[in-house]
Design a protein. Sequence first.
Length: 115
Amino acid sequence: MNPSNQLAVLTQPSPRIHFVERLRNITRIHGTRDEYESGFWVVAPVTADKLINGDIYFHEAQGQASYYGGKILGYRIQEGGDLAGRLIFHFKSTPGHQGVQAGRGGWGNEKKIVW
C-alpha cells in the first residue's frame, strides 16, 4: 500500500545503443541546429526500428564515457557502394547524452544494445 496515496508509476527505460566511434564520423544535418547523422553501422533494420525514440551514444573506447549522443529520430539504409545496406542513424543531440558509461558487459563488434 502506498502511504502517501499517490499513484506509483513505473517507467521503462528507453532502448539504447552504444557505438565505439573513434573517427567521430558525425555530421550535422543542414538546416538544423541539433540534428545529426552517423553511419555506416551494421545493424538490422528490424533492430533499428525498435531503437527509434531510444538513445544513441558514441564512445572513443568501450571503457570510456560517451563523448556525444542523442535521441534517435530515425535511420536510413545506405544504397550502393561498398557500404550498401549499412545504416545511418538520424538523431537529435542533447548534452545529457555526454559522459554516459555503457558498462563492461554486452559489447560485440564495437556496439552494445541495451533493451
